[in-house]
Design a protein around this ligand. Structure first.
Ligand code: CAA
Length: 258
């Protein structure tokens, strides 16, 4: 029995974190199952991934506090590395990942959402980094990704106060792109994933690489990176077909990832 359910349909994979009795909190087993599920994605088929939580109440309520409570300094650091390695793998997946946040996204839950390319949430979603209230810092990338995603000042407020925010505030600060009624969240996530999957996969992957890697570079190197990725799209079957169809005023044939 895995703590992750995987469903693949029409180029879209849905990974559901399924440990509802602990509000989908991430213990070592859940992290391992998540890594196995990510490693198991067939990237020849899958063009977009959605990550969500089982049940109506929680996306992920954080790293498992019971498991962490007795860790030594060395074990704590190793647990942080474990989570970071899995989340970095998600962040660096060649295809886009959407977090469909269906409730609590606290601590490691918010950190998981921030490792995804895009976050959308339900009206009942709650976000926060409660760690300083527990005597620790965030350990799965929260100090770094939050400060990069929202303003450093707002990130520090969330980190120092350990106060949670609700969906409208998460939308206002740009932590999520959209807020939906709970029953609309997955249909909207699937619709977005299908829209992405219908575009030329080589170009979509190149956009992800350009944004993620370009943000780590100075502007001159980042622009060079875009030039190389832009150039690499030319002469692909999908580029030739996409431009042919536009010029012929026709709908392009389904893209082939070639
Ligand atoms: N770890 C382990 N168990 C958790 C958990 C967590 N992070 N969050 C919830 N649970 C468990 C609860 O212990 C409870 O289990 P029992 O039924 O066996 O008692 C069950 O899930 C249901 O939770 P509650 O009864 O507390 O539900 P609630 O609706 O009253 O409250 C909540 C919901 C506000 C999310 C509350 O559960 C809560 O505050 N959870 C902890 C949130 C948190 O602090 N997360 C950060 C963890 S630290 C971290 O993530 C570090 C890192 O960066 C790596």
């Amino acid at each position: 029995m895995s703590f992750i359910q995987t469903l693949v349909e029409d180029h879209v994979a849905i990974l559901t974190i399924d440990r509802p009795k602990a509000l989908n909190a991430l213990n070592s087993e859940v992290l391992s199952d998540l890594e196995t599920a990510v490693d198991g994605l067939d990237l020849d088929t899958v063009r977009a991934v959605i990550i969500t939580g089982a049940g109506e109440k929680s996306f992920v309520a954080g790293a498992d506090i019971g498991e962490m409570s007795a860790l030594s300094k060395e074990e704590g650091e190793a647990f942080g590395k474990r989570g970071n390695d899995v989340f970095r793998k998600i962040e660096q997946l060649p295809v886009p990942v959407i977090a469909a946040v269906n409730g609590f996204a606290l601590g490691g839950g918010n950190e998981l959402a921030m490792s995804c390319d895009i976050r959308i949430c339900s009206e009942n979603a709650v976000f926060g980094q409660p760690e300083t209230g527990l005597g620790i810092t965030p350990g799965f990338g929260g100090t770094q990704r939050l400060a990069r995603l929202v303003s450093p000042g707002y990130a520090k407020q969330l980190l120092y106060t350990a106060k949670n925010i609700k969906a409208p505030e998460a939308l206002r600060i740009g932590l999520v792109n959209a807020v939906y009624a709970p029953e609309e969240l997955m249909p909207q996530a699937i619709k977005m994933a299908q829209t992405i999957a219908a575009n030329a996969p080589i170009a979509v992957r190149a956009c992800k690489k350009a944004v993620n890697e370009g943000l780590e570079e100075n502007m001159d190197d980042a622009i060079r990176l875009e030039e190389r990725l832009f150039g690499a799209c030319f002469e692909t079957e999908d580029q030739v077909e996409g431009m042919r169809a536009f010029l012929a005023k026709e709908k392009h044939a389904p893209y082939q990832n070639k």
